[in-house]
Write a protein that binds this ligand. Structure first.
Ligand SMILES: Nc1ncnc2c1ncn2[C@@H]1O[C@H](COP(=O)(O)OP(=O)(O)O)[C@@H](O)[C@H]1O
Ligand SMILES: [Mg+2]
Length: 267
C-alpha cells in the first residue's frame, strides 16, 4: 500500500450545542501502525474516532481514508475500510443472537453462504469465542468482556483495513484484558486505540497521540511521553504502572529516566 490508510488535515469539529470538541487536528497513520490515542475525559478522543468512519462528518478540514475522502457519498466504502468498535458494546450489539450480530456486517457487504459462515467463524475464534457455543446465545446475557469480544468479532468479520477501538479494556477483568491485548498484537492490520490504559499503550503502540481540549499536544514515540510524568500530569494522565513501579517491567523503562534514588531502591 502506498497511501497512509488514514490522513487527517486541519480537522475541527463543534457539536450542535457549540462545544468545540476538535481543533485543527493533523494526523497521518501508516499501514500496520498501532497508535494509542490518550487524553483526559472530554479531550476529544471519541469525537475523533467517530470521524474515522464517517459517523461524524468533518465541518472544517478533511479526512482521507485509504484513497477516499470521507464524504456522505462514499460512506459505504469508508465503513468497509475502517471498522469502529464502540466503547459500550450495547451500542453495537442489537441482534437477538451473537451469530446474527457477527454476520450482520459482512451480510451488509453482500457476503453470503459458506464465505459468510467462514468469516464469522474465523472472527469469533480469533477473539476466543467458540462459534457453536456462543453463536446461538443472546448478546444481552453475556458478560461485559464477552460482549466486547462479540463486538470486535462483528467488526473483524467485515475484514476492515483499519481497526479503531474506543476504550477497549474499560470493562474488562485482568484476564479478558490480557486476551484482548494478545489479540490486538496478533492482528496485522492498522489500529487506532483510544485508551485510559496507558500500560496497554506502552505494550502495544509504538506511537502515542495525546489530546487535550480537542488539540493534539503530543504525537510521537510512546516511551518518550510515558517517561514524562510532569507532562502526563499536566494533561490529567497518570504514568503507566510499568514506569511508576521500580520493581516491575524494568525492560520497559528507559535507563536514562532511572534516578539514583530509584536505583538504590532497586539494589
Ligand atoms: N453529543 C454531544 N453533544 C455535545 N457535546 C458533546 C457531545 N459528545 C461529546 N461532547 C463534548 O465534546 C468534548 C469531547 O468529548 P469526547 O470526544 O467524548 O471526549 P473523550 O472521548 O476524550 O472523553 C467534551 O467536551 C464533551 O463534553
Ligand atoms: Mg470517549
Amino acid at each position: 500500500m502506498h497511501h497512509n490508510p488514514i490522513h487527517i488535515q486541519q480537522l475541527s469539529y463543534a457539536y450542535p450545542d457549540g462545544t468545540e470538541a476538535l481543533r485543527e487536528i493533523d494526523l497521518a497513520i501508516a499501514p500496520s501502525e498501532r497508535v494509542a490515542l490518550v487524553g483526559a475525559n472530554g479531550s476529544g478522543k471519541s469525537t475523533l474516532l467517530l470521524h474515522l468512519n464517517g459517523i461524524l462528518l468533518p465541518q472544517v478540514g478533511e479526512i482521507v481514508v485509504g484513497e477516499q475522502t470521507v464524504t456522505p457519498e462514499n460512506l459505504k466504502d469508508i465503513r468497509n475500510f475502517v471498522g469502529v468498535v464502540f466503547q459500550n458494546p450495547d451500542d453495537q450489539l442489537f441482534m437477538p443472537t451473537v451469530w446474527e450480530d457477527v454476520t450482520f456486517g459482512p451480510m451488509n457487504q453482500g457476503v453470503r453462504g459458506s464465505e459468510l459462515e467462514r468469516r464469522a467463524c474465523v472472527a469469533m475464534q480469533s477473539v476466543g469465542l467458540e462459534p457453536h457455543h456462543y453463536g446461538p446465545r443472546s448478546p444481552g446475557n453475556l458478560s461485559g468482556g464477552e460482549k466486547k469480544r462479540v463486538a470486535i468479532a462483528g467488526v473483524l468479520a467485515m475484514q476492515p483495513q483499519v481497526l479503531v477501538l474506543d476504550e477497549p479494556t474499560a470493562q474488562l477483568d485482568p484476564r479478558s484484558r490480557r486476551q484482548l491485548i494478545n489479540l490486538l498484537r496478533s492482528l496485522p492490520i492498522t489500529q487506532v486505540i483510544a485508551t485510559h490504559d496507558l500500560d496497554l499503550a506502552v505494550e502495544l503502540c509504538s506511537r502515542t497521540v495525546v489530546l487535550s481540549q480537542g488539540q493534539i499536544v503530543f504525537n510521537g514515540v510512546t516511551e518518550r511521553v510515558m517517561a514524562n510524568g510532569a507532562f502526563l500530569e499536566d494533561h490529567a494522565l497518570e504514568s503507566p504502572l510499568c514506569y511508576s513501579r521500580p520493581y516491575c517491567l524494568l525492560d520497559h523503562r528507559p535507563s536514562e529516566h532511572l534516578s539514583p534514588n530509584l536505583l538504590n531502591l532497586m539494589l
